[in-house]
Ligand binder design. Structure first.
Ligand code: TEU
Ligand code: CA
Length: 569
């Protein structure tokens, strides 16, 4: 049986602070704004919030380029306000997890400024340096995720530093014990302040290994080294060391962002003996619509592929590790826009996606706005973009005439990180209730009808459906610990599964298509007295007729004594 833990039974809500709630009218979300929404989050039933970075940063990567790990950026507030936030959250039984971004720092971090002073500088070895290739130029053909080479030349020494994301995010050298020590001490200081854990940015990439050879180049002309780096076993040593140094004596929650990792590595990261992290985000399902030009295409995620990937991770981590479940985050387009419907079936499809995710095994993460059925921003001009990844890609692909401007804006509206980073839709007024000033990113025009205020008072809203789903997770341990058993795996349209646990079995079935479909009712269900816990259509014809309506989702609870006498199937 699965070992029980509070962080397995929790539902997490991700706050992207810049776009969550602006407390002082300067157009940027802040701590004061977050505090003002704690009642909302507690009402919704979330147990933990993860807040994306609020540290001082030049903002090249929206805070994922940190220039001071120990403070709060003035645009978000002060350390005193942050401490108030912790106190107020804890008073409502909501835990607070912060973002730990230690694969790289900002190029404006004092450590890096020191490192630039020369080969003998005291912090030089906090970063990763190589000489130029024999004929000149970067040491190898690796590319940076946000465009260009993964190496930047330092004029003074003539050496190159490694930057897997951008030249403004130099990678930290985890082989250096002094660097590791500094990071562990910094983490302990945050725990001493009262934070309840860490979401660890690209933690799978911190140990670079020794293999700095060229690799096969993609269409970008560069090699993407992430899978190779993530395969280096050294990362597990660092995480064990980190745990011992930082939280072995504390009850915290840790979730690793495991980009480019394999299932076997994820098992190690989140291993059941607890020697590394509690859980990991994997991205295999997010990459199902990728292609030659990275994410810039109009390919869609095939529902059958999604089901297969989720099944692989559900089964693969069962009793061996623990999943962190998500459809959306600040790096991904909204799943509603990817696989649901933005028109008449918006609410039905948003509820279906929510039910499908929140009933799986693992700790669910809700990204701000998911609970309202927020959808992708449709950009009409490059001036609306804020993310360097989108801006660089727009310039590069239109510059090289690979895509027209219209095409590129279309792809950016489908896939970019900007699509989901727009302001939270609190109400239908100008500024969407997010700000009284001019928002740092345009608000979605649909905020006039997709917003929290309207939904809070409507019983059939997406928001109340989420609240109910969270309640089900809290009340039915089968939803947390139950064994995942997929049903009718070959079906292309419907994602259906059982969660089997002690004296309780749940059955979840979700129609991923915009039309009604026939779907068999499992024998187990016919025999048992199935009770409907939640559904998203007014009158379900499933149990009687074996028909699921467009985007229908149903969660049924089976009476176990009935099942035992029933034939398997
Ligand atoms: O993201 C890591 C990562 O590799 C991806 O999520 C990536 O941003 C995406 O696939 C690109 O399309 C983390 C953070 O979540 C992200 O916001 C940061 O930009 C990145 O690390 C660097 O810190
Ligand atoms: Ca503000």
């Amino acid at each position: 049986m699965e070992k029980q833990a509070w962080w397995k039974e929790s539902v997490v809500y991700q706050i992207y602070p810049k776009s969550f709630c602006d407390g002082n009218g300067d157009g940027i979300g802040d701590i004061k704004g977050i505090i003002s929404k704690l009642d909302y989050l507690a009402w919704l039933g979330v147990d933990v919030v993860w807040i994306s970075p609020m540290y001082p940063s030049p903002g090249y990567d929206n805070g994922y380029d940190i220039s001071d790990y120990e403070s709060i950026a003035p645009c978000y507030g002060s350390m005193e306000e942050f401490e108030t936030l912790l106190k107020e959250a804890h008073a409502r039984d909501v835990k607070v997890v912060i973002d730990l971004v230690v694969n790289h720092s900002s190029n404006e971090h004092p450590w890096f400024l020191n490192a630039l002073e020369g080969r003998e500088a005291s912090k030089r070895e906090y970063y990763i340096w190589r000489d130029a290739a024999p004929g000149g130029g970067p040491p190898n053909n690796w590319g940076a995720l946000f465009g260009g080479p993964a190496w930047t030349r330092d004029e003074k020494s003539g050496q190159y530093y490694l930057n897997l994301f951008s030249s403004r995010q130099p990678d930290l050298n985890w082989e250096n014990p002094a660097l590791r020590e500094q990071i562990y001490k910094m983490m302990r200081r945050w725990l001493d302040r009262g934070v309840d854990g860490f979401r660890m940015d690209v933690i799978s990439l911190i140990a670079k290994g020794d293999d700095f050879s060229d690799g096969p180049a993609g269409k970008s002309g560069y090699h993407d080294p992430r899978a190779r780096i993530a395969a280096n076993p050294k990362v597990h040593e660092y995480l064990k060391e980190m745990k011992e140094a930082v939280w072995a004596d504390r009850d915290v929650m840790t979730v690793g962002e495991a980009s480019a990792t394999t299932l076997e590595n994820a098992v190690l990261f989140s291993n059941a003996d607890g020697s590394e992290l509690d859980m990991v985000f994997q991205f295999e399902h997010m990459d199902l619509d990728g292609g030659e030009t990275f994410k810039w295409n109009d390919k869609a995620i095939p529902p059958a592929g999604l089901k297969a990937v989720m099944t692989k991770w559900q089964k693969g981590l069962y009793k061996r590790g623990w999943n962190a479940l998500f459809w959306d985050n600040h790096d991904q387009p909204r799943m509603l826009s990817r696989l649901g419907d933005e028109g008449d079936l918006r609410e039905t499809s948003a509820k279906m996606l929510a039910a499908c995710l929140l009933m799986l095994q693992g700790t669910p993460f809700i990204f701000q706005g998911d609970e309202l059925g927020m959808s992708n921003m449709r950009f009409t001009s490059p001036d609306q973009l804020r993310d360097s990844e989108s801006i660089n890609a727009y310039e590069r692909y239109t510059g090289e005439k690979m895509f027209t401007k219209e095409q590129m804006l279309h792809y950016i509206s489908l896939k970019s990180r900007d699509t989901a980073r727009i302001p939270m839709q609190w109400n239908g007024e100008a500024g969407a209730g997010f700000t009284s000033g001019k928002p740092w990113m345009d608000v979605h025009p649909n905020h006039v009808y997709v917003n929290a205020k309207e939904q809070a008072g409507r019983v059939d809203s997406v928001l109340l459906f989420y609240k109910e789903l969270i309640r089900i997770r809290h009340r039915h341990l089968a939803a947390v610990y139950g064994r995942y058993e997929p049903f009718e795996t070959e079906n292309e349209d419907v994602f259906a599964y059982f969660r089997v646990w002690e004296d309780e079995t749940l059955y979840v079935c979700c129609n991923f298509t915009a039309t009604a479909v026939a779907f068999p009712v499992p024998k187990r269900l016919r025999a048992a007295h199935a009770r409907c816990l939640l559904g998203n259509v007014e009158r379900s014809a499933y149990l009687e007729k074996g028909r699921l309506e467009a985007y229908e989702a149903l969660i049924l609870r089976l009476n176990v004594t009935d099942i035992e006498e029933a034939p398997r199937g």
